[in-house]
Design a protein around this ligand. Structure first.
Ligand code: WTA
Length: 651
């Protein structure tokens, strides 16, 4: 693809006359010329118990150390430092439950709760560096757990509550967590999801877990294991109302959290973020991107089980001392106007969501929005997947009333925060629908061809980042070799993003999706190999090839081609069983849209599945060169089978 397919000449200007980008380019230049001075100045925005010895220690590339020698605690920066100011009684969170119940926490109330839970953690003998696993829906206890873990110097790992027991057990075992915080259940579209039952199943094979703290959410009867399981409220009462735990003085380079994310192998990667660099990056990226002020009500719709929720529902807004809305439910329950009703109810001023949500609302129709007064909104954002120009324009026009910018933020679990985005907090450049515009200060992004040479403007290539930045991952948990090889192995000392991009003639970046075996399904990151492993773990499956198929709302959905073991016959019942098997092995988000049972997969003579051909069949494209195939007849057979499936249920 080249820029000729992209609307590179469409520009939208909202703000002042001088949005030439001059100020932004100046800031970028300053940051790149002297990163040490630049970040030393920026790091003053947060409190340090002791200042760093060196802003960036790059003596052991690519294991960069940001603010080496510095001592701080992120729970101090998000709580303690606000409660001595006028922010003490300001709302940190407005939480709305799925059933419409509302709870609020001032900074002071949040601080008190975090101290109580920190005390419990201490009583359990948790120490600096110990891991705490978190398996919770979006309820206030989720950020409270993260902050309490950080306060005592622990390392949290959140497992998205939609993941299965198996996924939970794998992640707990990989990081050796001692404590799990979960709930008696969660709500999904008015129904109870049995997350404690999932947790119990996982706990059968997680020998490192000593204690399980259970938040009462659904109030149904559940099993509580004597000696291991405690109710959250009982534990808090035991901690005492005045509990105070001083924030543990932490090295800037100590880990803050591990967040597992999908890569190109079956085993999820434990992305590890460090305290100092991440704190500074979270703070500044939100400030630069959206420039939230005291009066704002910030709503990032992401679940805290993913990186977007970690950075932009917890650490960044609390570091800036603003008010966030947290929502437990789904956008269309009990009705398709739930979000607009909530924006009206709470006076939301900034909405940060996914292109999938935008496309879903486009489909629902404008009447759901027009029922509500959403005039408090002043700025909009998107994240997680490429936004197509049509969705961008709809968001701009129907939600933004052509009055506010769309901040399209490109970034990854590994980058900690925004990397390429329009920056309302520095200088808003003219926007192009579907482009995330320019890199942030300090970010040297470039587009390379497969030989590691920069492509010329307007051509598609691989997005790379040429120098370190404070929010970058430190390593992969207990797997430094994989870290080096995954991100710095392709081209030495260049961070490989795994994304395709185009840089146009004006220097604007267009992010075009993954260049590897990673899918973004409704903005959720999933590895095709993980889904393949789940499928072949079923007794009927001998081989599986999973790939993404374009979807008008979700961006892409997984589709599986499988070969059965001898003794099994294709049937609708078996297909349904296999789909269910993936849901229970990984979680509902990984549900294949289709399972296509074939006799043979197209393979090279050396036995490698030629995925390109399967992809071509899915989109009815030209198959291209088949000379390397071991048996070309497999292709015709798959084409016939797929055509029959499409005839039965045309999508
Ligand atoms: C994709 C989510 C286009 C991209 C924060 C990246 C995007 C992956 C955008 C990371 C965007 C994220 N435009 N693509 N604005 N934002 N992506 O780790 O493919 O869940 O590599 O982090 O999402 O997904 P992750």
């Amino acid at each position: 693809m080249s820029e000729t397919n992209l609307p590179v000449n469409e520009k939208f200007i909202f703000n002042k006359q001088d949005s030439s980008g001059e100020k932004l380019h100046e800031e970028r230049e300053k940051s790149i010329k002297n990163p040490q001075d630049y970040w030393a100045e920026k790091a003053e925005a947060i409190d340090w118990f002791k200042k760093w010895d060196k802003v960036l220690d790059d003596s052991n590339e690519p294991f960069y150390k940001w603010f080496a020698g510095g001592i701080l605690n992120i729970s101090h920066n998000t709580l303690d430092r606000h409660i001595t100011t006028q922010r003490k009684n300001k709302l940190a969170y407005i939480w709305e439950g799925e059933m419409g119940e509302i709870k609020t926490y001032t900074y002071y109330q949040l601080y008190r709760e975090v101290n109580k839970l920190s005390k419990i953690f201490k009583n359990y003998g948790l120490k600096k560096g110990d891991r705490v696993a978190v398996y919770l829906p979006v309820i206030p206890e989720l950020p409270i757990t993260l902050l309490a873990t950080a306060r005592i110097g622990g390392i949290h790992t959140v497992i998205f509550s939609g993941f299965s027991a198996e996924a939970l057990a794998d992640r707990i075992n990989d990081c050796g967590a001692k404590v799990l915080v979960t709930a008696d259940g969660s709500f999904r579209r008015g129904k109870i999801v049995q997350i404690k039952k999932n947790a119990d199943r996982a706990l059968e094979k997680t020998p490192t877990i000593e204690k399980v703290i259970v938040v009462k959410r659904t109030c149904q009867e559940i099993d509580m294991k004597e000696g291991r399981d405690v109710w959250y409220t009982d534990a808090l009462v035991a901690a005492g109302g005045n509990a105070y735990v001083p924030p543990e003085p932490m090295q800037a380079t100590d880990p803050l959290f591990i967040l597992y994310t999908s890569g190109t192998t079956g085993k999820p990667k434990g992305v590890q973020h460090g305290i100092g660099g991440y704190s500074v990056w979270a703070h500044w990226t939100l400030k630069w991107g959206f420039n939230p002020v005291d009066e704002d009500i910030w709503w990032c719709t992401a679940d805290i089980g993913w990186i977007t929720g970690h950075t932009y529902n917890v650490y960044a807004p609390l570091s800036l001392g603003i008010t966030s809305l947290l929502f437990e439910g789904t956008p269309d329950f009990p009705a398709k106007d739930r979000w607009w009703e909530m924006i009206e109810r709470h006076g939301v001023t900034i909405l940060y969501t996914t292109p999938t949500a935008v496309r879903m609302f486009m489909k629902f129709g404008e009447e759901w929005i027009n029922k509500h007064d959403i005039s408090t909104l002043r700025i909009l954002g998107t994240v997680g997947e490429p936004i197509n120009p049509e969705a961008w324009k709809w968001y701009f026009k129907v939600i933004g009333k052509e009055k506010m910018p769309i901040i399209d933020t490109w970034w990854q679990t590994e980058t900690g925060g925004f990397m390429i985005a329009p920056l309302a907090g520095i200088d808003l450049v003219p926007l192009k629908p579907g482009s995330a515009t320019y890199p942030l200060p300090s970010i040297q992004a470039e587009v390379y061809d497969d030989k590691g040479q920069p492509v010329t403007a307007g051509n598609k290539g691989f997005l790379v980042i040429k120098s370190p930045w404070p929010g970058m991952l430190q390593t992969l948990w207990k797997d430094p070799e994989r870290f080096k090889q995954t991100y710095f192995g392709r081209w030495e000392n260049l961070y490989y993003t795994g994304d395709y991009a185009v840089k146009d003639k004006d220097g604007y970046f267009w992010l075009l999706g993954r260049a590897d075996e990673v899918l973004k399904v409704a903005g959720h990151r999933l590895g095709t190999v993980e889904i393949e492993s789940a499928l072949v773990s079923h007794p009927s499956v001998s081989e599986a090839a999973v790939m993404g198929k374009e979807d008008a709302v979700k961006g892409e959905v997984p589709v599986a081609f499988i070969v059965l073991r001898s003794g099994f016959e294709p049937s609708d019942e078996l297909r349904t069983q296999l789909i269910k098997h993936v849901r229970t092995t990984i979680g509902p988000i990984a549900t294949p849209d289709e399972v296509i049972i074939v006799n043979k997969l197209p393979k090279t003579r050396s036995g490698k599945i030629v995925r390109r051909i399967l992809r071509a069949i899915l989109v009815s494209a030209e198959i291209g060169d088949m000379s390397t195939l071991e048996d070309a007849s497999a292709v015709d057979e798959i084409k016939t089978i797929y055509a029959e499936i499409k005839k039965k249920s045309p999508k």
